[in-house]
Design a protein around this ligand. Structure first.
Ligand SMILES: C[S@@+](CC[C@H](N)C(=O)[O-])C[C@H]1O[C@@H](n2cnc3c(N)ncnc32)[C@H](O)[C@@H]1O
Length: 209
């Protein structure tokens, strides 16, 4: 199901690199590292999780390892080719694949327990609109994680040398990203910005009675 045509020019670029995306990952222990992150986040087995910018589905696979039979993943991406690779890799009824952008999510209000933005945040065309959407689809008390398994400097260096479509995609300092989340009524749970990772966890505030 397509929610709306995605006009982001990055989709053409990501389509063009989908076939080689997995081979480009110079991280032999990616699966183990993702498992460790999900454990650290405290992901429970019956959650409904949104995988934003799922790419070829590497995080989706890790999520399925951790979720139980009642758990669900909605995996979205603006690149048809990335989604095609992911679908080829993962055949599991717990996953719903959607061609959609983070700033217009194909999810109902408060349907999601946890939003995961893994290695996608700097590419979002409209991060403010995406945060508004994350807030809308998360249940009160739900979590938002924005993270990379490399430092902010390294992410930005990689993009600087990349294709013009993503050359200007910059990862902001962790405090700046946290401010955007706070402005949108997320509480800050954890922040890290060091040589090995960039990671922010926010929580949608519970409604006070
Ligand atoms: C750097 S890749 C990372 C893919 C995957 N998360 C991984 O780590 O292997 C970024 C992905 O985000 C997708 N993407 C970019 N902008 C997006 C947006 N606004 N909404 C949803 N997905 C987006 C791209 O198509 C691409 O597949």
């Amino acid at each position: 199901m397509r929610t709306k045509p995605v006009c982001d020019p990055r989709s053409i670029f990501f389509d063009s690199i989908a076939a080689e995306w997995d081979a480009r990952q110079d991280r032999p222990d990616l699966a183990r590292d993702l498992d460790a992150c999900l454990a650290q986040f405290g992901l429970k087995e019956n959650e409904v999780v949104l995988d934003v910018g799922c790419g070829t589905g590497n995080l989706t696979v890790a999520l399925l390892r951790r979720l139980g039979p009642a758990g669900r993943v909605m995996a979205i991406d603006i690149s048809d080719q990335m989604l095609a690779r992911a679908k080829g890799k993962v055949s599991d009824a717990r996953v719903t694949w959607r061609h959609a952008s983070a700033d217009r999510l194909p999810a109902a209000d408060e349907e999601i327990d946890r939003v995961l933005c893994f290695s996608v945040w700097p590419h979002l065309e409209n991060p403010a609109a995406a945060v508004t959407e994350f807030y809308r689809v998360l249940r009160p008390g739900g979590f938002l994680h924005i993270w990379h398994l490399i430092s902010r400097d390294k992410v930005n260096r990689i993009h600087q040398e990349a294709d013009p479509a993503v050359q200007h995609d910059r990862l902001a300092p962790v405090g700046e990203t946290a401010s955007l989340l706070k402005k949108n009524r997320f509480s800050m749970i954890a922040m890290a910005d060091d040589e090995t990772r960039y990671s922010i966890t926010g929580r949608k505030e519970e409604l006070s009675s």
